[in-house]
Design a protein around this ligand. Structure first.
Ligand code: APR
Length: 240
């Protein structure tokens, strides 16, 4: 008996399973979520630090916040939730649309991961089109690009547009899917929180995995009030 039993028939019949994931799936890898009691760093509100305004006002502080998070993320390991998402590819076609910038889905082995909010592992120039994976030992807080301007984390801050190519592809995948699992996201942040709406509008079955209620819980075909690392391996077991 698994929490997914009520929808197993739909999963089996689906051409593709699409995951929309958020900070909750990485929480069990030791990476703090954004909202709630985890969302403070040196007494700064994470919501306020993740803005272009904060970077312009205090680039050193914002760079240091990201540098510390990057260090923790690189030291963290994918957990059984990430591993189950990757393992599901043995049985069906899977796409992952993630708001996470931590790269843990890719490290767990998922092959199609769309990073809606960029990647903390990359940096890009605030002025020219230079972009790279951050080499270890990069000096400066923030470091300077070869063009002389400041580098910044290659992430999407509040008030910024999502990378349009990634976003368009994600909307296509969401609106064309017949089964979507929304795992570990508060669905508070737009436009990512529109992906389940798109899927629902096109008749997809929607499942939510989250210990807490979200604004879309009542729209779900099934809500599983559990942790990702507990429930996602159960889904894989149903196929193995
Ligand atoms: N398993 C499943 N869900 C969990 C777990 C877990 N182990 N632990 C926590 N959660 C849930 C919380 O109940 C919460 O609803 O994960 C959700 C995390 O919500 P947020 O912290 O708001 O993270 P997310 O939805 O990813 O935020 C979206 O906001 O700050 C920005 O750009 C940032 O990508 C981020 C975006």
């Amino acid at each position: 008996m698994s929490a997914f039993d009520p929808v197993l028939g739909q999963v089996r019949a689906a051409e593709k399973v699409v995951f929309v994931t958020g900070a909750g799936i990485s929480q069990e890898s030791g990476i703090p979520t954004f909202r709630g009691r985890d969302g403070l760093w040196r007494n700064h509100d994470a919501m306020k630090l993740a803005t272009i305004g904060a970077f312009e006002e205090n680039p050193k502080l914002v760079w240091e916040w990201y540098a510390e998070r990057r260090k923790n993320i690189l030291a963290a390991l994918p957990n059984p939730g990430h591993a189950a998402v990757a393992e599901l590819e043995r049985y069906m076609v899977v796409s992952v649309l993630t708001q996470n910038v931590d790269g843990l889905h890719q490290r767990a082995g998922s092959s199609e991961v769309l990073e809606l909010h960029g990647s903390i592992i990359r940096t890009r120039c605030t002025s020219c089109d230079f972009i790279q994976e951050i080499p270890s030992g990069l000096q400066g807080s923030p470091p300077l690009c070869r063009c002389g301007c400041m580098l910044r984390p290659d992430v999407v801050w509040f008030g910024e547009e999502l990378p349009q190519d990634v976003w368009k592809k994600a909307v296509n995948i969401a609106s064309g899917c017949d089964f979507m699992i929304v795992a570990g996201t508060s669905l508070e942040v737009s436009p990512a929180n529109m992906l389940p709406v798109e899927a629902k509008r096109n008749g997809a079955t929607l499942v939510e995995i989250n210990p807490d209620v979200t604004p879309m819980s009542s729209e779900m075909d099934l809500t599983i009030r559990e942790k990702c690392s507990v429930v996602l391996p159960e889904l894989v077991s149903a196929f193995s």
